[in-house]
Design a protein around this ligand. Structure first.
Ligand SMILES: [Zn+2]
Length: 450
């Protein structure tokens, strides 16, 4: 009981540290977690590119005589996306506890996991569990703005603190209950789409805007954005996406199991999906893992109301299906834009990283499956591909096998997806405590010597 109360109180403390990114300001939250690490007997190291944006690393070392595997990282980010208090039922940085939910920005994404991992680790340390590999707790800054000062910095500048070549990472986006068709599923993230952040620049002829032009750089850009938003880019149903969809289909009967494989067909798939799932809110996340996507976000144009600009641009948040590159996406966008613009202008790559995917044929994945079976015998563990990215795409560069496993038992009436970066983010307290016990049990089974 005291352990549950301690976990809830620590999460409240963390929520009350406003780590909205931008600007970040993660130092107080990192200091609070460092104190909690020291409280369970771990030595801590706080490092980073600058003092205001620190990262925390704490290690529970295996006895060298027992050590048989490379380290396991338990990783979380402490920064959160901003929140507008006017849109929330309870203030987003209050940590309000209504007896059922703990409210606040970061409860789900992902301070809850920081507390969960640390509580589990505290138990292993207190029980002096004879572990077979080092366990490294990592809390980073700056994930929400692209990871530059957080996991990217750690991987590039201080990989030694991450055990140099960690074998496994447990991180966010997985392990929570999905209720569908009368079944309970637990997706475990094993793949993330890649990123291709692009800029489309269109030239124009400067001139006086008292003379209207239907073909100025601005109007051409508007047509380009419209075309990109309406486009259905080519279908790329990779193994990761299909394993995910099949995992959901199998328990839902023979019809679902027969229809889902047809989604892999390049002609049938894109036509079948809107018929199989009519609700766009449910269909979009599935469609997003079956194609590259391109979403226009930032516009740059003229700076004088009475002048036609000589150049305009739009930034495009491109996401890559596994196996795809920025060059592939650019080719797809050229095909969309050519009929609209003729001369397409310039598409440049601002940032690119490929999709990452990790094997499910590992002792850790099997232990996750076994543990979930024991805590929910009727639940189904499903390997998942997410359309976004997490710190795992950096850890993958160290050769680590990364899973999103942040176990949370969720009630059927909670729209969990809407809580990520949404208003009224909150965590069910019972489900959070269930997650702590589940993660602890899984770690004990996985890490215990022989
Ligand atoms: Zn996150």
């Amino acid at each position: 009981m005291a352990e549950r109360e301690g976990a809830t109180a620590l999460l409240q403390d963390l929520i009350r540290c406003d780590t909205s990114n931008p600007p970040g300001d993660e130092a107080a939250a990192i200091a609070r977690l460092a104190a909690a690490c020291r409280g369970i007997g771990l030595e801590t190291e706080i490092v980073g590119a600058c003092r205001e944006r620190p990262n925390l690393v704490a290690k529970f070392s295996a006895d060298p005589a027992r050590r048989s595997g490379r380290p396991l990282l338990l990783s979380c980010h402490v920064d959160v996306v901003p929140a507008d208090p006017a849109r929330w039922t309870h203030p987003p940085f209050s940590g309000h506890n209504d007896g059922t939910y703990l409210w606040g920005r970061g409860t789900i994404d992902m301070k809850g996991f920081a507390v969960m991992a640390l509580t589990a680790l505290g138990k292993l340390v207190a029980e002096k569990l004879p572990i077979t590999r080092d366990v490294i707790f990592v809390a980073v800054s700056d994930e929400e703005a692209g990871t530059r000062l957080g996991s990217k910095w750690l991987v590039e500048e201080r990989p030694d603190l991450l055990g140099s070549d960690p074998e496994y990472v447990l991180n966010e986006v997985g392990g929570f209950t999905v209720h569908q068709g009368g079944h309970r599923f637990y997706p475990v993230q094993v793949a993330e789409k890649g990123v291709a952040w692009l800029r489309l620049t269109l030239p124009g002829t400067p001139g006086h805007s008292s003379l209207p032009s239907s073909d100025s750089a601005v109007t051409r850009l508007a047509r380009a954005i419209d075309a990109i938003s309406a486009a259905k880019l080519p279908w790329h149903p990779g193994k990761e996406a299909m394993d995910f969809l099949l995992g959901f289909a199998r328990p839902q009967g023979r019809l679902a199991e027969k229809i889902v494989p047809l989604l892999a067909h390049p002609f049938l798939g894109p036509r079948l999906l809107p018929l199989a799932i009519r609700d766009p809110a449910r269909r979009n996340p599935i469609e997003a893992i079956l194609r590259n996507t391109a979403t226009p976000t930032c516009l740059r144009g003229g700076n004088s109301i009475n002048m036609l600009p000589g150049s305009v641009s739009v930034d495009i948040d491109g996401r890559l299906a596994p196996g795809q590159s920025a060059a592939d996406l650019i080719e797809e966008l050229h095909a969309v834009l050519r009929p609209v613009l003729g001369n397409v202008g310039e598409l440049t790559v601002l940032q690119e990283s490929e999709a990452v995917s990790f094997s499910t044929d590992t002792p850790l994945y099997r232990e996750i499956e076994r543990t979930m079976k024991s805590v929910d015998p009727e639940g189904h563990v499903v390997p998942s591909l997410i359309p976004g990215f997490t710190d795992s795409h950096n850890y993958a560069k160290l050769g680590a096998c990364c899973y999103g496993f942040y176990p949370l038992q969720l009630p059927p009436d909670l729209d969990f997806a809407a809580l990520f970066h949404g208003d009224d983010e909150r965590i069910p307290i019972e489900g959070f405590h269930w997650g702590i016990e589940t993660l602890t049990e899984m770690l004990v089974r996985f890490l215990r010597a022989g």
